[in-house]
Design a protein around this ligand. Structure first.
Ligand SMILES: [Zn+2]
Length: 164
């Protein structure tokens, strides 16, 4: 990544695991889980400040397009530019969300985990998006529990036809 850091005053890399935007994404995922929905959350941040967060709303609103990332971006409303933003998500972004990240020219994505779903890192990186994977155990546990308890719902969300 050749892009200059956005925060010239920072002398040490920020502790992303203590990042409030990542926590906002995680809390949004937990809220969705409590509602019986798919536990994937996201948040958009600028300069360390959370603009908005959101979670998957497939179950809650019957909305197949409302992945966590899409919900957070919708909640953030119109942005003149995304070039100084970071998108946080509890799970590796799918092709749809990756396309939106590329389209909006979001330069950086912080991902909770990519063990339970590989996502589209290759595509993101090929388009110059910086991808940081936290490998957060809470996110792994949250997704594993969901995938084991509701395999059909999970298959539906990632457009995998369930085996007959
Ligand atoms: Zn997605």
């Amino acid at each position: 990544m050749t892009q200059e850091p956005q925060l010239p005053s920072a002398t040490a890399p920020p502790r992303v695991d203590a990042d409030p935007a990542f926590e906002a994404a995680y809390q949004a995922a937990q809220k969705s889980a409590r509602e019986g929905g798919i536990p994937i959350g996201a948040a958009l941040a600028r300069g360390g400040a959370v603009i908005a967060s959101g979670h998957n709303e497939r179950v809650q609103n019957g909305d197949p397009i409302a992945h966590g990332e899409m919900s957070a971006l919708r909640a953030a409303g119109r942005q003149k530019s995304y070039r100084d933003t970071t998108l946080y998500t509890t799970l590796a972004p799918c092709a749809m969300c990756t396309g939106t990240i590329i389209q909006f020219k979001i330069p950086r994505v912080v991902v909770g985990e990519a063990r339970t779903f590989g996502g589209e890192f290759e595509l993101l990186r090929s388009r110059g998006v910086e991808v940081i994977v936290l490998d957060d155990q809470r996110c792994v546990d949250m997704m594993r529990a969901f995938q084991e308890s509701k395999p059909d719902l999970w298959a539906e969300d990632i457009a995998e036809d369930t085996a007959e």
